[in-house]
Design a protein around this ligand. Structure first.
Ligand code: FES
Ligand SMILES: [Fe+2]
Length: 439
């Protein structure tokens, strides 16, 4: 039996024991102490625009749903009927109409979870412990729900930091994404890719800000794209760029030493930023048209600030990876110690030209979708890591790269200059993990 006190032996500042990734008991504890306590991303408000619209999701081990109520409020409820436990919504998403109505015995509920009606309640429940005001006849609500710039989060713990306090400086993920829209808002493209990887969830989170891996893991894809890109450039008219191939070829042309020029900045709660903008300010006509609309909306000075934000990636620990300059977001839903669902979403900048959306879509398809070689490369590593960690071939996972060189200031741990491939982000995540696991 694993004792919480023993967990301290599993995490050292520069290495962790392999069981952290493979032990089902540790997985149960981290669901209780992390995912079912902290703020977890539910979805975007634009997924449920009309009254009765709902979307189901997983928080830790709990099946949940978010729904738009009559007062336009968004509610997050456990997807469970208080009668005999039937899941209220069996579909991934839809519209529940004026109320929820359970498919088993027709108990009905308001959108905020309160009981509305039970068939022949007065005669059926006369003299029992239950009457229409009994709290156990309502659908259970998430303890806390908050939304920031359209992004809805829930926490299943009644106390703890508020959403903004929890996000801290990682809030830049949502500001950077929304500020790039001339109307200051994004809207979801109404479905996502879903991938189930055969590995522990932490392998995904660590990989997201692992600046050492892209030029190795994705080199073959990058090289092939680079060859095609060069051919296209030969044929292209002056000034034309093969931007889509560039999204892939960068994986070969940005070599390890160049990744060292970027920087990672770790924050409390395991959050982290990887700097480095994705070179998406080419002077092509689409970008120029977009710039013009943005300058009209914000003025030159604010426009320069917005498009000058130097972010490649933001990690909101433990469940979200955001690429704000390209309006991409991946939500991590652990399913078991060796199974992890990722939802891969992208968004439209409200008020931006269609071509800018197509660019985001191209990145979504070429880099983040299950169909791309980039994602396949990562998935293979995730599976192979989990296999290796399940073996007796070694006890430790090392995060020692540039250990001892990080720059610590109050509330921040940054990689040192020219050490962008430092494993500082993994150390920061595991530090937060250990704090959460101590309760
Ligand atoms: S289980 Fe829902 S009404 Fe019976
Ligand atoms: Fe990768």
């Amino acid at each position: 039996m694993l004792r919480e006190a023993n967990l301290s032996k599993f995490v050292e500042p520069d290495r962790v024991r392999r069981q952290v990734y493979t032990d089902p008991e540790i997985f149960e504890l981290e669901m209780q102490n992390i995912h079912e306590k902290v703020w977890i991303y539910c979805g975007h408000e634009s997924q449920i625009p009309k009254v009765g619209d709902y979307w189901t999701l997983q928080i830790g081990r709990q099946p949940m749903l978010m729904v738009r109520g009559k007062d336009k409020q968004i509610h997050v409820l456990y997807n469970r009927c208080p009668h005999r436990g039937n899941m209220m919504c069996g579909d991934r998403h839809g519209n529940t109409g004026e109320q929820f109505r359970c498919s088993y015995h027709a108990w009905q509920f308001h959108h905020d979870g309160r009981l509305k009606q039970i068939p022949m309640m007065d005669s059926g429940y006369a003299g029992t412990r239950l009457n229409k005001d009994s709290p156990e006849l309502s659908m259970k609500r998430a303890a806390r729900v908050e939304s920031y710039r359209g992004f809805v989060f829930a926490s299943l713990a009644p106390s703890g930091p508020g959403l903004k306090e929890f996000l801290g400086k990682s809030i830049v993920a949502f500001d950077d994404m929304c500020d790039r829209a001339p109307e200051g808002e994004v809207e979801v493209v109404p479905n996502c890719f879903r991938v189930i990887q055969h590995s522990n969830w932490k392998l995904f989170m660590e990989n997201q800000i692992d600046a050492l891996h892209p030029s190795v893991t994705h080199q073959s894809t990058g090289r092939a794209a680079h060859a095609v890109e060069k051919e296209l450039e030969k044929k292209a008219k002056k000034g034309e760029t093969a931007l889509k191939y560039h999204m892939l070829s960068a994986f070969a042309t940005v070599t390890i030493d160049k990744w060292d020029d970027f920087q990672t900045i770790g924050y409390p709660h395991g959050h982290c930023v990887l700097t480095g903008y994705m070179g998406l300010r080419p002077q092509d006509p689409d970008t120029k048209a977009y710039d013009k609309i943005m300058i009209k909306a914000y003025g030159q000075k604010r426009f320069e600030e917005i498009v000058g934000v130097n972010i490649h990636h933001v990690l909101v620990y433990p469940g979200l990876s955001v690429q704000s300059p390209l309006q991409q977001l991946r939500a991590v839903r652990p399913l078991g110690v060796d199974r992890t669902l990722t939802e891969i979403w992208h968004f439209r900048l409200k008020g931006a030209p269609e071509a800018i959306y197509r660019r985001s879509l191209a990145y979504y398809n070429l880099v983040n979708s299950p169909a791309t070689l980039i994602n396949a490369d990562d998935l293979e590593n995730f599976w192979k890591c989990h296999q290796g960690l399940s073996s007796d071939g070694g006890d430790w996972v090392s995060f020692a790269r540039h250990f001892g060189h990080d720059i610590e200031t109050p509330g921040e741990v940054s990689s040192a200059p020219k050490q962008g491939t430092s494993e500082a982000p993994m150390r920061n995540q595991m530090k937060a993990w250990a704090e959460y696991m101590r309760g």
